[in-house]
Write a protein that binds this ligand. Structure first.
Ligand SMILES: Nc1ncnc2c1ncn2[C@@H]1O[C@H](COP(=O)(O)OP(=O)(O)OP(=O)(O)O)[C@@H](O)[C@H]1O
Length: 348
C-alpha cells in the first residue's frame, strides 16, 4: 500500500505543528521521520493514523482518500513508545485483540485467529510466550508483542512512534536490527518516528528530516548524510566542523584555504566538514594551518581537537583506525584539508 500526504497543515495556538507537508511513500518502504523535539513528527503520525484531524490537506492510502475515514476504517497498525499492552490479557489475547474486535461479518473464527496469533508469535521470535501476561515480559519483548498486535490486522500501513524510545541503548540497537529484518520479511509499508539520527540512518530506506512543521529534506540515508541539503540537516545528522569564509567566482576562501564551491552564489559562505573528512596535509598546499589542542582516544577512535590559526573555531579530526592514526601531540603544528565538504551561502 502506498501512502501519500498532501499539503497537511495543523495549527495550535501560536504554533504550526504541521506547515504544508507533502510526502509520498512507496509500497513496502520503511521511512524514518527524523527531527528534534517539537518538529511535528508525532502530529504527522497521528493525522495519518486518523487519531487527529488536520486543518488542511489530504491523506491517501494508494488511490483511496482516507482524510475523512475513522481510525478503524483506515486499518492502520501503530505502536507508540508508551502504548502499553492490555495488562489483564495474555500475550496471545493481546495479539488477537484487533481481529476479535472486528464486526461479526469480518471477524475470523476462533481457530483462524489462534493460528494467526501463533504465526505472529513466531514472526516476532517469541513462540513460547503466548500464555504470559505483559508484566512477565521485558521492555523489549513487550514492544515486539505490540508490533505483533499491530501486524495482526494486516494493516494498510504500520506507524511506529519511537517504539524503542523507552528502552536502554543496547536493547534499542538490537531491536532496530531486528525490526529491519522483520521488515524485509513482511514488506509492510512503514513510517517510523525517531529523534535518533543513528536509528534513522541504520533502519530506513529513506529518511524525512523535519523542522518546525516542515519537511527539510527527503533522501536515502547516504544522501542525507553525505549530501545534506542545508546547514540544518548537516548539523542535525552528524558532527560538523564549520568555517566562515567567502565565495568568489565559484571558489570558497578562508585564510589560506581555497576550495571549489561551484553552484554557491558569491558572497559570505560557510564550509561544513565532517570530522572524519578532515585530513592532514603538507604545508604550503593551500591547506589550513592549525595547532593541536588536545587528543582524545575512545576505543579505536582518535579525536584530535585543533585550533585553526586565525579562526576562533575548533575543528576536530578523527580516525576510526587507531593503528593508522598519526601520532599527534598537544601543541604540534599541523596543516589540514577537507577531503569532502559542503559550502552553503550564509547571510551575515
Ligand atoms: N495538543 C496540542 N496543543 C497545543 N500544541 C501542541 C499540541 N500537540 C502538539 N503541539 C505542539 O505542536 C508542535 C509539534 O509537536 P509534536 O508532538 O508533533 O512534535 P514531535 O516532533 O513529535 O516532538 P517529540 O519528539 O518531542 O515528540 C510542538 O510545538 C508542540 O508543542
Amino acid at each position: 500500500m502506498q501512502l501519500h500526504v498532501q499539503g497537511l497543515t495543523k495549527h495550535y495556538p501560536g504554533v504550526a505543528a504541521l506547515d504544508g507537508i507533502d510526502l509520498d511513500i512507496a509500497s513496502g518502504e520503511l521511512v524514518a521521520l527524523l527531527g528534534p523535539s517539537g518538529s511535528g513528527k508525532t502530529t504527522l503520525l497521528r493525522v495519518i493514523a486518523g487519531l487527529l484531524h488536520a486543518d488542511k490537506g489530504r491523506v491517501l492510502f494508494s488511490e483511496t482518500d482516507a482524510t475523512r475515514l475513522s481510525l478503524r476504517e483506515r486499518n492502520v497498525g501503530f505502536v507508540f513508545q508508551h502504548y502499553a499492552l492490555f495488562r489483564h490479557m495474555t500475550v496471545a489475547e493481546n495479539i488477537g485483540f484487533g481481529l476479535r474486535s472486528r464486526p461479526r461479518a469480518r471477524r475470523p473464527d476462533k481457530a483462524t485467529i489462534a493460528k494467526r496469533v501463533q504465526e505472529l508469535l513466531q514472526l516476532v521470535q517469541l513462540p513460547e510466550h503466548g500464555g504470559r501476561y505483559p508484566e512477565q515480559l521485558s521492555g523489549g519483548q513487550k514492544q515486539r508483542i505490540a508490533l505483533a498486535r499491530a501486524l495482526a490486522i494486516d494493516p494498510s500501513v504500520l506507524l511506529l512512534d519511537e517504539p524503542f524510545g523507552a528502552l536502554d541503548a543496547k536493547v534499542r540497537v538490537e531491536l532496530r536490527r531486528w525490526l529491519r529484518k522483520l521488515h524485509e520479511q513482511t514488506g509492510q509499508t512503514t513510517l517510523f518516528v525517531t529523534h535518533d539520527q543513528e536509528e534513522a540512518l541504520e533502519l530506513a530506506d529513506r529518511v524525512v528530516v523535519m523542522r518546525q512543521g516542515k519537511v527539510e529534506q527527503v533522501g536515502t540515508p547516504d544522501q542525507i548524510y553525505h549530501a545534506p541539503a542545508s546547514p540544518y540537516v548537516f548539523e542535525f545528522i552528524g558532527r560538523a566542523n564549520v568555517l566562515d569564509g567567502r565565495v568568489e567566482q565559484g571558489r570558497f576562501q578562508s585564510g589560506a584555504l581555497q576550495l571549489d564551491a561551484a553552484g554557491t552564489p558569491d558572497g559570505p559562505a560557510r564550509l561544513y566538514v565532517r570530522p572524519h573528512d578532515l585530513v592532514l596535509s603538507e604545508p604550503g598546499s593551500g591547506a589550513l594551518p592549525g595547532r593541536v589542542r588536545g587528543v582524545l582516544r575512545l576505543g579505536g577512535r582518535v579525536t584530535s581537537e585543533l585550533e585553526i590559526a586565525g579562526h576562533t573555531r575548533l575543528l576536530e579530526q578523527e580516525t576510526f583506525d587507531a593503528g593508522a592514526a598519526p601520532a599527534l601531540s598537544v601543541g604540534e603544528a599541523v596543516h589540514l584539508r577537507p577531503s569532502r565538504y559542503r559550502v552553503f551561502a550564509h547571510a551575515e
